[in-house]
Design a protein around this ligand. Sequence first.
Ligand code: PLP
Length: 332
Amino acid sequence: MTLNHVDRTMTNIKLLRKEDIFTQDPKPWHSNYLSMYSSVLGGVVKDPLLMTIPIDDHMVHRGDGVFEVIKCKEGKIYQLDNHLERLKKSAASIFLALPKCWKDIKIIINQTIRYGEERNCLIRLFISRGPGGFTIDPLECPESQLYVVTTKIPSYAEKTKKGVSIITSSVPIKPSYFANIKSCNYLPNVLMKREAIAASVDYSIALDERGFLAEGSTESIGIVSKDLILKFPKFDRVLRGITLSRVYDLAYDLVRKGTLNEVLFCDIKKEEAYDSREIILLGTTFDILPVIQFDGHKIGNGTPGKVYKGLRTLLDKDLRCNDQLLTPVWDD
Ligand SMILES: Cc1ncc(COP(=O)(O)O)c(C=O)c1O
């Protein structure tokens, strides 16, 4: 490469100043962003161009951080304490100290939602190893950091009404220890989502090493067997889903009514799932979705089933009026 060539290249790439960056046009996806708290910035921003994380935060270049996704529905946060508890466990599993501002975590979440001015939103919490340099050594980062982002909730109306299709994933499942940590190392999950889209289905489901159902990229799974037993994979190989745990308790209502015979955690072969009455997916963003096709096999009669509908009704009620699980954001 001649010096001339370098000079010419240099003239093509602008040296940017602050004002060049923060005056750029918004991107289309920014319209879903509401607010962000950053302990690095020391406050909340609403302009998506200001929603930044330092590149030397180890969460960026090493995935060294943990996260949670929580939902605020009609101005009330659902299962906040359970999500905070899981976040704390994830952090402890990777020897990540809670950030200094953790003592005010509930106030920070509350204020970030209020600044976002939206009563229905998703709240993403990230605890990062923090800025400190570019090596892999976590000890080069003096302080962990907290980021809280609120965004609009995507619509699941179509999927809820029609049901979704799933395939078996070819992406190797995470070892048990890592599957149980909600870390910012989600590359296998990303690849699972990519493979679902490539196969023109909605979700892909990982099997464990013994061939039993595990979970989706960001979804828990359950089946209703021929003999009306609601079965979930055991938590030892998958993330301890907060939606699943709640649905497990709520499902006893359907047992009392005779819609189900039993609810249990057990190993589930995919062939049993193909032949099941119903399959459901569970997760904070959409609550519950009915599966109507698995690896091309029609599930039940190919439409959302009775157990799905019963659980959807129970969850909807829980999200509206279970005062023990709801944290109001506004005083009204
Ligand atoms: C791997 C994985 N499994 C299951 C879930 C569903 O968990 P929850 O109901 O707590 O949202 C998630 C949530 O993002 C996830 O990342």
